[in-house]
Each structure stands twice: as C-alpha cells, then as structure tokens.
Write a protein that binds this ligand. Structure first.
Ligand code: MN
Length: 235
C-alpha cells in the first residue's frame, strides 16, 4: 500500500509546553500524549516513541510488545530521575504491513477510520469517564463536561505492567486514518471530524485545519493530528 500523510501539532492556547509527540514514516505512525507536570510529559511521550521506533527499525517484537518495552523504559527513567517522577504517556499507533494495519493503543489518544463518509473510532478511551459511561452511570454528553474527564486509567510508564489494546485493520484504497491526541477530540465532536476529514482532500492541509479548529475552540490542551491516506497498491 502506498500512503500519503499529513501531520500537525500545536501547544494550544492554554498550556505552556507541548507534551505531545508524534511519528510518521511509511511503515509506522504514532501519537503519544505525555503527562506528568513540568518536564515529565514531554520526556515520557518522546522516550516511548524513541523506544518503539528503534525496536520497529530492528524489527524486534510486534507493536504491542514494543509498547511494553517503552513502558519499561519510561518507568525506569521515571524512577531514576526525580525531575520526571510519575510521568506517563498515551500511545496510539498503526504499523503498516502491506494491506494490513496493526493497531495498538493505550490511553485516551484515538484512532479513527474514514471510509466513504462513515467515520468510526477504532480505539476505546482508557479513561474514568469512559468506564462510567460503559457502566451506565453517566451519558456520553455528561462525559464531555465531566470534571474528571481527563483522568486516564491506563498509560505507558506508570505501572510495572501495561495492557495494550490491539487490532488488525484491512487497509483499503481510499481509506483515511486519523490518529490524534485528546486536545482535538475534547473540543471537536465526531460528526464535525467526519465532515472535516471528508471535505479536505489534502492530508497535510486537513491536519492543519483540524488543529486550527481545536485552537478556534480555545485550544485547552496540546493538539496533535496525524492523517494517513491509503492511496493505492503500487510501490
Ligand atoms: Mn492531552
């Protein structure tokens, strides 16, 4: 499969620094949203990405196993360096292997697929509010404005063990995949995302527009967007 990609990241309008990191190559795309105050978040998201990229280049393990290694590395650094103690990161990635996409996910960054005009979310948020919605305690709408909506229940680098969600995607010509941090999805609803993804053909222009849209709504958090278009079977 040949892909075309677009990507953009921005600190937003409120935060002091950008703790999101992302990576785009012809074989791997990833978004990581770091947390842990001061320096921690930025270190966690970058380190997790570095570990996964290095293992991918050496073709060691599968994507979930590489994320488990990243978990180990972030936790080790976190314990060794008082400045970054308690840091962690989300991690959402797709490895492109011919017409198969391997999806792996921890945290509240998301992956979506636009096929035709149908947008589906491919990941489940590992958040407190998601659990409350699932158990029927609050509605989707209440979750959007819940005071604890940013509480993540699973992340890379916090615990000794990390459970990585995985999935397999059949990549088809015409598909558009979106990876993004919660700085986008907290302020842009899925219906609007679907419209914007369908409207702008150029992936780079589309990524920029999505970041602009989040900033237009106050940009309360760092915003990161990676778009992958499956173009054809050649090359
Ligand atoms: Mn975030």
């Amino acid at each position: 499969m040949r892909i075309r990609t677009g990507s953009a990241t921005d600190v937003g309008r409120v935060r002091q620094g950008n703790e999101d990191s992302f990576y785009v190559s012809s074989e791997l795309v990833a978004v990581a949203d770091g947390m842990g105050g001061h320096l921690g978040g930025e270190v966690a998201s970058r380190l997790a990405l570095e570990v996964v990229i290095a293992l991918s280049e050496r073709r060691e393990g599968d994507l979930p196993e590489r994320i488990v290694e990243a978990n180990r590395a972030v936790l080790e650094r976190s314990r060794a360096d008082r400045e970054v103690t308690g840091m962690g990161t989300t991690f959402t990635a797709i490895e492109i292997d011919g017409s198969v996409g391997h999806l792996a996910h921890v945290g509240d960054s998301r992956a979506y697929r636009l096929r035709g005009d149908e947008l589906v979310v491919l990941t489940e948020d590992h958040t407190l509010v998601r659990e409350l919605v699932r158990s029927g305690e609050i509605t989707d709408e209440e979750a959007r404005f819940h005071p604890q909506r940013s509480v993540v229940t699973r992340s890379v680098g916090i615990d000794q063990q990390v459970e990585v969600d995985e999935g397999q995607l059949d990549l088809r010509e015409g598909d558009r995949y979106l990876l993004c941090s919660d700085g986008l999805t907290a302020v842009v609803r899925d219906e609007e995302l679907a419209e914007m993804l369908a409207e702008e053909e150029d992936p780079q222009e589309c990524a920029t527009r999505l970041v602009d849209a989040a900033n237009g709504r106050g940009g309360p958090d760092n915003i990161t967007v990676v778009i992958v278009d499956i173009v054809d079977d050649e090359g």
